[in-house]
Design a protein around this ligand. Structure first.
Ligand SMILES: NC(=O)c1ccc[n+]([C@@H]2O[C@H](COP(=O)([O-])OP(=O)(O)OC[C@H]3O[C@@H](n4cnc5c(N)ncnc54)[C@H](OP(=O)(O)O)[C@@H]3O)[C@@H](O)[C@H]2O)c1
Length: 257
């Protein structure tokens, strides 16, 4: 498929996990892709891998260090994308962090960090991209299955994800006059650095897989395929929705084996 030939897409948090997988998928489908992250070395490594894995020329990729929680960094990011390509066809507001502990142990610093990256960061990534986003363009926000079900160690994290899904509904209506669609995705347990960092116990994968009707963790590529669909013209009549990519985790309870 070449749904993205000559199109330009901004992906925040493109150095690993779902952001990286989506960058690779969209490059394979013909896009020019701007990726961000907090560290230049991790961005350089990601760009080298993307070039090696897709065979595209480095000119198809713009890598910008930018903390999404810092508004001046987002201003700089948008200016660099403008200078590079002039406009955007789609934005994947993907960068996110998780602080997973019981709600009684959450500190003000945990709260501020999580909200700053996952809610404020997503909000202003989208808002500041709007002047560059073409009419008829698309926004996809990375939310989480935890907006649909309670998870005892994820009080603040889940609330930020509920907030950004709600944002997709509101912005979907606000931006409809420009033909811009806004949707979210809710990944389940996806095998990424975030998952591994927060589940260091080797038994975690088996425990979590047993909760999933399809019987395994998901892969970043599973989410990339869904984002590539939602941000493309194939989803031209879909806005304000959340697409759950979770192997059935939210929808049903598997019988014990
Ligand atoms: N893995 C799961 O099971 C799961 C499930 C549901 C939802 N999600 C969501 O999926 C999204 C992607 O996570 P992932 O699982 O793919 O994890 P990941 O591999 O750790 O990727 C996270 C990405 O976000 C970037 N990032 C983090 N904080 C940032 C900031 N302040 N500014 C800019 N970039 C930042 C990281 O870049 P650097 O570290 O290089 O800065 C990295 O590229 C997150 O929003 C997460 O909440 C994950």
């Amino acid at each position: 498929m070449n749904r993205y030939t000559n199109k330009t897409v901004l992906i925040t948090g493109g150095t690993s996990g779902m952001g990286y997988a989506t960058a690779r998928r969209l490059l394979d489908e013909g896009a020019y892709v701007a990726v961000t992250g907090r560290s230049r070395p991790r961005l350089d490594t990601a760009v080298a891998r993307l070039v090696a894995e897709t065979g595209v020329t480095p000119e198809r990729i713009l890598a910008v260090p930018a903390d999404v929680a810092a508004l001046p960094a987002l201003d700089d990011l948008v200016e660099r994308v403008r200078a590079w390509r002039g406009s955007l066809d789609a934005v994947f507001a993907n960068a996110g962090v998780g602080v997973f502990k019981p709600s009684t142990e959450i500190t003000e610093a945990d709260f501020d960090y999580t909200v700053d990256v996952n809610f404020k960061g997503v909000y202003f990534t989208v808002l500041k991209s709007l002047p560059l986003l073409k009419d008829g363009g698309a926004v996809v926000i990375n939310a989480s299955w935890t907006l649909h079900r309670g998870l005892s160690v994820a009080s603040v994290y889940s609330a930020t994800k509920a907030a950004v899904h709600n944002l997709a509904r509101t912005l979907g209506a606000d931006l409809a006059p420009r033909g811009i669609r806004v949707n979210s995705v809710s990944p389940g347990y996806i095998d990424t650095e975030m998952y591994r960092d927060n589940n260091p116990d080797p038994a975690a994968e088996a425990v979590n897989s047993a909760e999933v009707p399809l019987g395994s963790l998901g892969h970043a590529d599973d989410v990339a395929a869904a984002v590539a669909f939602l941000a493309s013209d194939d989803a031209s009549y879909i806005t304000g929705q959340d697409l759950v990519i979770d192997g059935g985790l939210v929808g049903s309870v598997p019988q014990p084996a």
